[in-house]
Write a protein that binds this ligand. Structure first.
Ligand code: COI
Length: 363
């Protein structure tokens, strides 16, 4: 494989975790709570562009309390994973797609774009420094969290003149435990995004605003919240941090179209592609909650699942709300479409299946 020459200077961590500390930390990590020894970092200044590309020991950031990101959430982020194959090699899944989405998010948040070249070089240099942290156990991976933040100390509501690009890495297993499928709370009082807002942007505010409805979901015994569109309060959009897909009894697929208020998931796109590859009809359109519920009740819709980088493919067993409680028939059953597409996706990611679309990139 070709190795891109890295413009990222490596300043090694002089006190990395010992092998034993790392093994313990990687044994059964809670999602996003364990971090590797290093982070990638680059700094942008207005008029100078990106500079100081470096891999440095993971450490708290010295951040001015007036930093714009802390006040006005001028930031964008990404999530993608590196997978260890059986021969020990490490691979990223569609990192170019995440680079493109981060650039789009940066444009919307009036942040400087990180080029695809810098994005890939940062990931590759960080993974090279922390290769021992890429798990090899089934279902586990190294979750990479690229982040662009406005660091300038300024309370003016205007694009910051100083910005940092940071990438951290976390060994992870499953995001949600889902034996038999998760329960979903349909939020009736809260919406996630509106037209012209930042719903299709991967930025902190969308997730901050989802936490109260997400807590409401949890209080009702559900693992995730589902939002309806803000304009008509009618159509299902997405979950707190993942996309929604339905499988009909005839084998066809139904999922909300990308309206600008929904995050264009890389996993969503990959799964729809794999399902189309096997000849399934995939319909992307507005789906009323009532249509979904009636479909589930009549048996026309057999499965629902959530998909995302963190969630991968998680079957949904129940939809719950104040005036609603429906059970999805095919959830978590052997032979489900969700199981099959999860297997196909993960076979590809872990190097067990053919990569027909050239999605994997060796690092
Ligand atoms: C991801 O799937 O990568 C996300 O950013 C979503 C979040 C729920 C972890």
């Amino acid at each position: 494989e070709t190795q891109t020459p890295t413009p990222f200077t490596v300043i090694p961590n002089r006190r990395p975790a010992t092998d034993e500390e790392r093994w313990i930390a990687m044994e059964d990590p809670v999602f996003g709570k364990v971090f590797t020894d290093h982070m990638a970092r680059a700094t942008w200044r207005d008029g100078h562009g990106w500079a100081d590309r470096r891999i440095v020991p993971l450490a708290p950031l010295p951040l001015h309390p007036g930093a714009a990101v802390l006040h006005y959430a001028q930031q964008a982020f990404e999530g993608l994973k590196a997978y260890r194959h059986e021969d020990g090699s490490v691979w990223l899944f569609r990192p170019e797609a995440n680079a493109a989405r981060l650039a789009a998010s940066c444009r919307r948040m009036a942040l400087p774009e990180v080029s695809e070249e810098d994005f890939l070089a940062a990931l590759e240099a960080l993974i090279a420094a922390d290769h021992a942290w890429v798990p090899g156990t089934p279902g586990s991976s190294l979750y990479l969290r690229p982040l662009v933040i406005a660091t300038e100390a300024s309370l003016l509501v205007q694009p910051a003149a100083e910005v940092d690009f940071i990438v951290t890495a976390s060994p992870v297993g499953a995001y949600m435990a889902a034996p038999g499928g998760v329960s979903i709370w349909v939020s009736r009082g809260y919406h996630r995004a509106n037209a012209g807002g930042t719903g299709d942007t991967k930025t902190a505010g969308n997730y901050a605003a989802s936490m109260l409805p997400q807590a409401e979901a949890k209080a009702h015994g559900c693992q995730q919240v589902l939002f309806l569109d803000a304009r008509e309060d009618t159509y299902v959009e997405e979950l707190g941090g993942m996309n929604l897909v339905a499988v009909r009894a005839d084998g066809s697929i139904l999922t909300p179209r990308l309206t600008g208020t929904i995050l264009p998931g890389v996993t969503r796109d990959s799964i729809l592609t794999l399902l189309r590859d096997e000849g399934r009809a995939v319909e992307e359109r507005d789906i009323a909650l009532t249509e979904l519920v009636e479909g589930i009740e009549s048996g026309e819709i057999l499965e629902l699942f959530a998909c995302g980088t963190a969630a991968v493919v998680t079957p949904i067993a129940r939809l719950v709300s104040d005036d609603l409680d429906v059970t999805v028939r095919g959830a978590g059953e052997g032979g489900s479409v969700a199981d099959a597409v999860l297997a196909r996706l993960t076979d590809l990611q872990y190097g067990r299946g053919e990569d027909a679309h050239g999605w994997m990139r060796r690092v």
